[in-house]
Design a protein. Structure first.
Length: 301
């Protein structure tokens, strides 16, 4: 099965040493970024048939991104370079624990929508499963496009995977609206994957077990709540699995570890036509891949 990933692609410019602030950084190395692009590339590198619906600016950085995604094995027939748009770049600094801070320049979501030029529903209809995040929900027009694609995928019986990946700066200090919009994407989803903070914002539950139960009650078929060093839990009707976090041998960066986790899951699901039991089988491997991602500077190998 071919999975369609819808969302932004940006360039992460990563300082490859721990610093206390952007002002201390003395050099940056480019890496493909944007959660959806990272998920698509990670899935492709794990052997999945995966396409990216989106785009970047028609500029040298956009061409660089397109080439890197193609080299990873991502189907780019619905990925374009938008004339008049600048490719978004994020300067990424890391603290001593590998935790990132971003300074974003440009609007990757605007380039995504512009480059698609009305082709998103065609892409949904031509593929077999649909993955998206909340990053295309903050703006009114973008949210309408995203929800229309989600609804079309559900109408067609496509498995829908939703990772909120909430970035509250996109929501102009309105976490309540962010949580409400993310919650609206839960009903009918084959899988909702979120971290503990996102789960709390969406469900009001601070405990992962209760949050997963709330997501299932809201209409998700499967719920995964990740807990960082506490591992992850998978809950579904007749399915219950807890996995430990894998040890990180030489921590460099947590940038994109969650994206690699989802990409590994999508790869296994695509191999099995989204057979539910494959999700449980894939979860330990996905956790291991996320740990290995923390030993790199960026999400991709």
């Amino acid at each position: 099965m071919r999975t369609l990933c819808f969302g932004e692609a940006i360039v992460d410019l990563i300082c490859r040493r721990p610093v206390r602030s952007l002002a201390e950084a003395d050099a940056f190395v480019p890496s493909p970024g944007g959660v959806t692009a990272n998920v698509a590339a990670a899935a492709a590198q794990h052997g999945a048939s995966v396409a990216l619906a989106g785009g970047a600016g028609d500029d040298p950085w956009g061409a660089w991104l397109r080439d890197r995604l193609a080299a990873a094995g991502v189907d780019l027939r619905w990925f374009g370079l938008a004339a008049g748009q600048a490719t978004a770049v994020a300067f990424v600094t890391l603290d001593g624990r590998g935790e990132p801070a971003w300074q974003l320049y440009g609007d990757g979501v605007a380039a995504t929508v512009e480059a698609l030029d009305g082709r998103l529903l065609d892409a949904v209809e031509a593929t077999d499963a649909f993955f998206f995040t909340s990053n295309t929900l903050a703006g009114k027009a973008q949210a309408e496009l995203t929800m229309a694609a989600r609804e079309r995928a559900l109408e067609l019986g496509r498995p829908v995977v939703f990772d909120p990946n909430l970035r509250l700066h996109r929501w102009r200090g309105n976490p309540g609206r962010a949580g409400a919009m993310a919650s609206a994407c839960v009903p009918g989803a084959f899988l909702v994957k979120c971290n503990q903070a996102e789960a709390r914002l969406m469900t009001g539950e601070s405990e992962p077990e209760a949050a997963a139960a709330s997501l299932l009650a809201a209409g998700a078929q499967h719920a995964i709540v990740t807990r960082g060093v506490g591992g992850a839990i998978l809950r579904a009707k007749g399915m219950r699995l807890d996995v430990r976090a894998h040890p990180v041998q030489a921590l460099r960066s947590t940038v994109g570890a969650g994206d690699v986790f989802v990409g590994a899951l999508i790869a296994r699901l695509g191999e099995t036509d989204y057979y539910p039991s494959a999700l449980a089988a894939a979860l330990p491997d996905a956790a291991a891949e996320a740990a290995r991602a923390c030993e790199r500077w960026g999400a991709l190998q």
